[in-house]
Design a protein around this ligand. Structure first.
Ligand code: GLA
Length: 388
């Protein structure tokens, strides 16, 4: 949907600002961002687009075009989560409202705006459509008022909005990736030190995203259960290493020694995290020495661990990964994002991508009777705001 023309139709004026907020895919480092581990995401072509201008009324009026919904709320008193008519804000509106709330709380000026937005990031697919919306609105308010705040801090504020306002206990990876994306690069991001740098993706490869079409409810409670298991593992492992504050502090060797003392389920969860953290470090080394084959093997190993130890995959996603393994051009494949449905990410040799996609679509239909949506993706720049 073209947000500029929709804006003109709705507000009978031309928009002044155009914002692009990309989704993200994670190549490796799943479920480690709330354990202080390193992640390896990339921002993608699919994005949310906002057309906006300052409003005369000082209120915030938003039209979510894809949902065919609109809302108006005031920048003050947002802690009550009500619109101007005193009605509770629906969940979709809590994302931008939460951003306005956290920014004001931290002393950043929020102008009243009127905006329309639309996204081609499939919702609930594990490609971070919510983080894209949050950071896009934060960057818009920043551009309008001109306050100083670097991208990493903006991402942290948006994560806080999602945790404290919307009530979703996510880590920082998604907001970081959409805020800081670099064209043609994956992003190595250490979620403990906040150090990060872009790494070029292997030459002659493309990222292919396959959407299983499956969406699960109860994702939030399962996510919180996994977080709680990690915290419990840390608590129990302190007996052996009193100074640890997260699973990041336990090496695979230490885990081999002490993990045996953990209850079976906690051990499985922690084992995924400890080894996934090690896989990210190995993957970065593989990329540096142009060892695409090892990188792909680490992606497959990451998937097996999410399936068998962390137990956040589903049969349809496992079908996509095992099909990919035997298709032409496939370097590596795994589920991406929080899990329980959504998408796989595949690293594929560019020259064979058409055969790969054909085979994946055909195989998925044959095995599950369902249609997968498959996209070729490029690592893209992070959120941008343009004056038009
Ligand atoms: C969701 C969360 C992220 C991260 C991933 C799993 O996308 O929002 O913070 O925890 O799951 O890696």
């Amino acid at each position: 949907m073209n947000v500029e023309s929709q804006y003109s139709l709705i507000f009978n004026a031309k928009p002044r600002w155009l914002v692009r907020g990309p989704g993200r895919v994670n190549l490796l480092g799943e479920h480690v961002d709330y354990n202080g581990g390193p992640v390896l995401p990339a921002a993608i072509d699919q994005a949310v687009w906002i057309a906006a201008d300052v409003s005369k009324s000082e209120l915030i009026t938003l039209h979510a075009l894809d949902l065919k919904e609109k809302i108006t709320f005031a920048a003050e008193g947002l802690e009550k989560k009500l619109d101007i008519n005193g009605r509770p804000l629906p969940t979709w509106a809590q994302y931008p409202a939460g951003v306005a709330w956290i920014l004001s709380q931290n002393g950043y000026k929020i102008e009243g705006i009127q905006a329309v937005y639309s996204s081609n990031i499939p919702m609930g697919s594990g490609l971070s459509s919510s983080a894209a919306i949050e950071v896009a609105f934060a960057a818009l308010w920043q551009m309008i008022s001109g306050w100083d705040c670097d991208r990493l801090r903006l991402a942290q504020l948006c994560q806080k909005a999602e945790n404290e306002y919307v009530g979703v206990a996510c880590g920082i990876m998604d907001q970081f990736a959409t805020a800081c994306g670099v064209k043609d690069h994956a992003l190595y991001f250490d979620t403990r030190s906040f150090e990060w740098y872009p790494i070029p993706l292997p030459k002659d490869t493309v990222i292919v995203i396959a959407d299983s079409g499956m969406r699960r409810s109860l994702t939030h409670s399962a996510y919180n259960e996994r977080r709680a298991a990690c915290e419990e593992a840390v608590r129990l492992l302190k007996k052996f290493k009193p100074d640890i504050t997260s699973l990041r502090d336990i090496s695979p060797t230490e885990f081999a020694a002490y993990g045996e003392y953990l209850p079976a389920l906690i051990k499985k969860r922690a084992e995924h995290v400890v080894k996934e953290i090690a896989r990210v470090e190995s993957a970065v080394n593989a990329l540096r020495r142009d060892d695409t084959e090892s990188f792909g093997a680490l992606m497959f190993a990451g998937h097996a661990s999410l399936r068998d130890y962390y137990e956040v995959s589903i049969p349809e996603i496992d079908v996509l990964v095992s099909l990919a393994r035997n298709l032409p051009g496939c370097i590596g494949a795994r589920m991406t994002g929080g899990g329980f449905g959504g998408c796989t990410v595949n690293l594929v040799w560019a020259a064979q991508v058409n055969d790969f996609i054909d085979g994946l679509e055909r195989g998925y239909l044959e095995k599950t009777g369902k249609q997968a949506k498959v996209y070729v993706c490029h690592a893209s720049e992070g959120t941008s705001v343009t004056c038009i």
